[in-house]
Write a protein that binds this ligand. Structure first.
Ligand code: AMP
Ligand code: MG
Length: 350
């Protein structure tokens, strides 16, 4: 079991020295960022990176994001940066934004799953930045969770599942955004969103006047289909309990609410629907989409131990951060969507 450092109020200097020693020795740590918690190690150390894959049970063909603290460190990992990429970096880094760039030889193949590109992010969270700049080298870090499970947004949710392999857990409280960074790759001089996040398609469009959303952001990848990002193929954000996306009108919600009354079924949605679902096991994730993204993963973990037969999750619109939330929810639900109340009856009969 790794040590736990409480940095919710401030960063302890002695503990920061310990963290740097752990990283130098090729050990791995769990630390907060503004998106979700990361499980990280020295990005230039093969063995440290292998430990990350092991701790997560992550398929070795799914590359890691390399975290840097400034532009100089970013340039140590990549070959060349186009004018458009530079503009995106200046506008969205530091922040919840990851850019895929051509990698140079200092980044080991294990980090990038032998691709010739590397995913680079510069977090804004003070603790993350302090650790990377004090260590002085980039830190490879995927989300801190067992592969396939919802990402960790606080230490309590993830400590037990990762304790075997981690030297230290740094507690920075609940993460601010709650879902992972926006992943972008520039293709034919157009920014393509491979994974939506808190930097939205609208933000990118407003900056450079063009943006594409990869078709797999909202659609399942078919077998043998070639994708721009390996992570698109893998199972993601899934609790043990079956989840179903509920995409129906308000009238149908009222009918569904009566259908599932007295049943061992939970519903997750926004405050605004608490009234419609007042007679069922309704769990709110907050008052707006910002709170939805912040709370959804922790809520899924909370409900997953309550042994519901299934969990209905209300869909949201696709504007702004809505696209990122829906990208996670359709995967959480294994692409099971209910858009007519009759479909609920089928689930109830099974
Ligand atoms: P996570 O680290 O769990 O937040 O996931 C990182 C995401 O970035 C995964 O979906 C990866 O497949 C994706 N990714 C990392 N490196 C690359 C790369 N070089 N090219 C395309 N996608 C990448
Ligand atoms: Mg992840």
């Amino acid at each position: 079991m790794g040590v736990v450092y409480d940095w919710k109020n401030d960063i302890d200097k002695l503990e920061l020295n310990n963290i740097c020693s752990f990283l130098k020795n090729g050990e791995i740590i769990v630390f907060p960022t503004e998106t979700v918690y990361g499980i990280g190690g020295d990005a230039f150390n093969d063995n440290a990176c292998r430990k990350i894959f092991m701790a997560k049970g992550r398929p070795s063909d799914n590359p890691l994001i390399v975290h840097v603290s400034d532009r100089k460190m970013l340039e140590k990992c990549v070959k060349n940066i186009s004018e458009l990429e530079s503009k995106l970096i200046d506008a969205f880094m530091p922040g919840p934004f990851t850019l895929i760039l051509p990698k140079n030889e200092s980044v080991p193949g294990v980090v990038t799953a032998n691709l010739n590109t590397v995913a680079i992010r510069m977090p804004k969270n003070m603790i993350a930045t302090k650790i990377i700049s004090s260590f002085g080298k980039p830190i490879a870090a995927p989300s801190a969770n067992k592969s396939g499970k919802p990402s960790g947004t606080n230490i309590l949710d993830i400590k037990d599942e990762l304790k075997e392999n981690v030297a230290a857990f740094i507690d920075g409280g609940n993460t601010e955004i709650g879902i992972e960074s926006t992943v972008v790759r520039v293709v034919d001089n157009v920014p393509v969103i491979l994974r939506p996040g808190a930097v939205t398609k609208e933000d990118i469009f407003n900056l450079v006047g063009k943006v594409k959303v990869d078709e797999h952001v909202l659609n399942e990848v078919k077998k043998e289909e070639v994708v721009l990002s390996p992570g698109m193929k893998h199972k993601h954000y899934s609790p043990r309990t079956q989840c179903i996306l509920l995409d129906v009108s308000n009238e149908e919600k009222i009918e569904i609410s009566s259908l599932i009354k007295n049943k061992n079924i939970a519903v997750i949605g926004l405050d605004i629907d608490a009234k419609i679902f007042e007679k069922v096991n309704f769990y709110s994730v907050g008052k707006d989409l910002k709170e939805f993204s912040k709370n959804i993963f922790s809520k899924l973990r909370e409900l997953d131990v309550l042994n519901y037969n299934f969990i209905l999750i209300e869909s949201v619109g696709l504007d702004g951060i809505g696209l990122a939330i829906m990208n996670r929810l359709i995967r959480t639900c294994g692409y099971n969507v209910v858009n007519k109340k009759e479909q609920i009856i089928e689930y109830l009969e099974n």
